[in-house]
Design a protein around this ligand. Structure first.
Ligand code: XMP
Length: 326
């Protein structure tokens, strides 16, 4: 039987009871596969890797070694949340690597989007490899592969690529959610007790804020972007839009416009709001945000974020615009 094919008889996990029985089955299967050996996992903080981590912690506890690489392009508070949930609450064996300087130094002056993506992807693997090489006796590599990844023939997730591991490390894959659809992964995550912000997290591109800090990334503009994006998320959550909108974020281009603040000329970057709905990210429509809320968000961003002096709203559907700006 093809272990990468979801059996037709497999029931869709739609309830807590079904999730609990899936968890019980997988805990047994993981224990049988792993025995008393160690398992390595790149924990990005995204839904899939977080659920796999929680499942493995339940099955084999500290035999799981999670590596969280902070590439300096995370949204505000996200690396902190990974540490809080996994290290503090679940008592995981978590290695936290703050590689911000490495990534930002390499990205300095690089304006071309695909080049930025390649640098981020390659450096991610390098940092992960370096951490893996410091460990001994790792026999297994866990991955948050989910069924759509297999259907799209991308069984191995770009940033968590086994191909990127040192050649002398021969690791067997552990992929406990590879036959699940996203909604089922979320259901399992909730049943495992992961917080809603993690389980219902929006999709976030691997290169993170790197593709939203448009053009050549600078630290000051990246900081402004992160703060503006945090305000947008906070206001969407407060106003009931967080559950309604599929993906929403701020992008900050690398040019300034003239403004005025405290009666003085004040040059700043614009913050561009993008809020889209989609089923599969192949096409997307624009969410209507109440004007009163837009005014409030504009006020907050322009008053609270150093370096931003305008707020714009992107009304472009996909096609013709892609969801991300880069
Ligand atoms: P686009 O911009 O192509 O985005 O309309 C479609 C979806 O994919 C996400 N995206 C990425 N995800 N690495 C990722 O893991 C990437 O390089 C990347 N680029 C775009 C995007 O956020 C949207 O959900």
């Amino acid at each position: 039987m093809d272990s990468n094919k979801r059996p037709e008889t497999m029931e869709r996990i739609t309830t807590k009871a079904l999730a609990d029985s899936f968890i019980a089955e997988q805990v047994e299967a993981i224990r049988a596969q792993v025995g008393d050996k160690k398992v390595l996992l790149a924990l990005s903080g995204g839904v899939d890797s977080s659920v796999v981590a929680a499942l493995l912690i339940k099955a084999v506890g500290k035999q799981l070694v999670c590596v969280h690489v902070n590439h300096g392009l995370m949204r505000k508070g996200e690396s902190e949340q990974v540490i809080e949930v996994f290290k503090n609450q679940l008592d995981a064996n978590l290695i936290y690597v703050d590689a911000t300087d490495r990534f930002l130094d390499l990205l300095a002056g690089v304006a071309e989007p695909e080049k930025k993506r390649k640098i981020i992807g390659a450096e991610f693997i390098k940092v992960f490899d370096e951490e893996a090489a410091k460990l001994s006796d790792i026999k297994f590599l866990a991955q948050g592969t989910i069924y759509p990844d297999i259907l799209e023939s991308k069984g191995v997730k770009a940033h968590h690529n086994v191909g990127g591991l040192p050649e002398d490390m021969e690791m067997e894959l552990v992929e406990p959610v590879k036959l699940l659809y996203k909604d089922e992964v979320r259901m399992v995550g909730s049943a495992l007790g992961l917080p809603d912000e993690m389980v219902y997290r929006q999709p976030f591109p691997g290169p993170g804020l790197g593709v939203r800090c448009l053009g050549a990334i600078t630290r000051d503009r990246l900081h402004a972007l992160r703060e503006a994006d945090a305000i947008l998320r906070e206001e969407f959550a407060k106003n009931g839009l967080a559950d309604k909108v599929w993906q929403y974020f701020v992008a900050v281009p690398d040019f300034k416009s003239v403004g005025v603040r405290d009666d003085m000329r004040y040059e700043g970057w614009p913050a561009i709001i993008r809020a889209v709905n989609t089923v599969d990210a192949m096409t997307a429509t624009i969410e209507e945000i109440p004007y009163s809320l837009l005014h409030h968000i504009t006020y907050r961003i322009t008053h609270e974020v150093e370096g931003i002096n305008r707020v714009c709203l992107d009304l472009t559907p996909k096609p013709i615009g892609t969801i991300e700006w880069e």
